[in-house]
Design a protein around this ligand. Structure first.
Ligand SMILES: Cc1cc2nc3c(=O)[nH]c(=O)nc-3n(C[C@H](O)[C@H](O)[C@H](O)COP(=O)(O)OP(=O)(O)OC[C@H]3O[C@@H](n4cnc5c(N)ncnc54)[C@H](O)[C@@H]3O)c2cc1C
Length: 323
């Protein structure tokens, strides 16, 4: 079996299948697992520059988080927002432990062979020698569509699913600098530009030995602003987001300029309207789709990470039920 994508959804699907005795290979285009549960290393310490913290609505996910917490893989802050520990992508690395994971393998549109198996090719390594009896796509909808062109039902379900972009700013102040106070959440919420500003150094921190002690913030722009300003240069985005941050600053003396300011553009950060159903499984083709593109339908359903986890688990269960 092949799983494309080593974000939370792909890793959970692969884990459930591997635990049931299936031979599974996970293909990931990046250098490591995690996807949008991302950690950016820098000389001033790590930044959770993808999801900064996530919620847990369902009992099943809360139970899993409690188990991960007991293993030291995840922790919640005072507001009940969860994150991987010591870094966001460490959670993914833990989930990937023991799985066959091939990184730097960007899967191209697959070929279905006459015997019904899937032949894969990757951008980096060309055609892979081994065929796969099952192919699971654990990638955002935009990246899944070209890979599931053989399945009208999956294409139809994913047709209206779109990720919203998010400009992200990583800021750092060195130890000893008079770093500013985190702006009040209500002032941030009133901003047309800013969605959230999170002190990632204080929230979950890094392994103490690896942390050079800088105060580090991650700022996420709103989906509306990020969409309108998608084609800005990173330098322009830094300037615009720093200006927006000044407008929500606590009253007082001007802030010391951050010594580290780097912008990152996520083209597909969060899905506003996921497809209905927990996952997509085309039993005839033995082709499936999971991830945060799924789990829609409920008025205020779970957020992205939880949907990805629920979806990966549901798809693996569908495969096992049909095996
Ligand atoms: C800035 C930001 C803020 C967010 N805030 C929140 C929040 O507050 N709460 C919340 O719950 N969620 C939030 N999210 C969303 C959350 O991170 C995602 O919903 C979740 O991580 C999705 O997991 P996934 O496994 O479905 O997809 P991903 O994490 O995107 O994993 C897909 C993987 O597939 C790989 N891939 C893609 N195409 C290919 C290919 N052709 N071949 C091989 N590999 C491929 C990618 O590299 C990636 O690693 C946020 C995300 C971002 C970026």
């Amino acid at each position: 079996m092949a799983v494309v994508g080593a974000g939370i959804a792909g890793l959970v699907a692969a884990r459930v299948l591997a635990d049931a005795g299936c031979a599974v290979t996970v293909f990931e285009k990046s250098r490591g697992p995690g996807g949008r549960c991302a950690t950016r290393r820098s000389e001033v310490g790590p930044f959770h520059h993808g999801v900064a913290g996530f919620g847990a609505q369902t009992a099943a996910f809360r139970e899993t988080l409690a188990a991960w917490q007991a293993q030291g893989w995840a922790a919640a802050d005072a507001a009940g927002r969860w994150a991987g520990r010591p870094t966001m992508n460490a959670l993914a690395r833990q989930l990937a432990e023991g799985l066959v994971l091939r990184t730097e393998h960007t899967v191209r549109p697959p070929q279905r062979k006459a015997d019904g198996s899937w032949q894969l090719a990757t951008a980096e390594h060309g055609t892979l020698p081994e065929p796969f009896d099952v192919l699971l796509l654990a990638v955002p909808a935009e990246q899944a569509r070209p890979l599931c062109a053989d399945s009208p039902s999956l294409l139809q379900a994913l047709a209206g699913v779109h990720g919203q972009p998010c400009w992200t700013l990583m800021l750092g102040w060195p130890p000893g600098a008079a770093a500013p106070a985190l702006p009040d959440a209500a002032r941030v919420a009133a901003s047309p530009v800013l969605d959230e500003v999170v002190d990632v150094s204080a929230l979950h921190g890094a392994a103490p030995a690896a942390d050079p002690g800088w105060q580090r913030w991650v700022l996420h722009a709103t989906a509306a602003w990020s969409t309108a300003e998608l084609e800005r240069s990173p330098e322009d985005a830094v300037a615009a987001l720093l200006a927006a941050l000044q407008t929500v600053a606590e009253p007082g003396p001007p802030w010391p300029a951050p010594a580290h300011a780097v912008a990152h553009r996520w083209r597909y950060a969060q899905v506003a309207e996921p497809a209905a159903g927990a996952c997509g499984w085309d039993a005839a083709l033995r082709l499936g789709s999971c991830g945060d593109a799924w789990g829609g339908g409920a008025a205020a359903g779970p957020e992205g990470v939880e949907r990805a986890w629920l979806s990966g688990r549901a798809l693996a269960q569908a495969v096992l039920a049909g095996a």
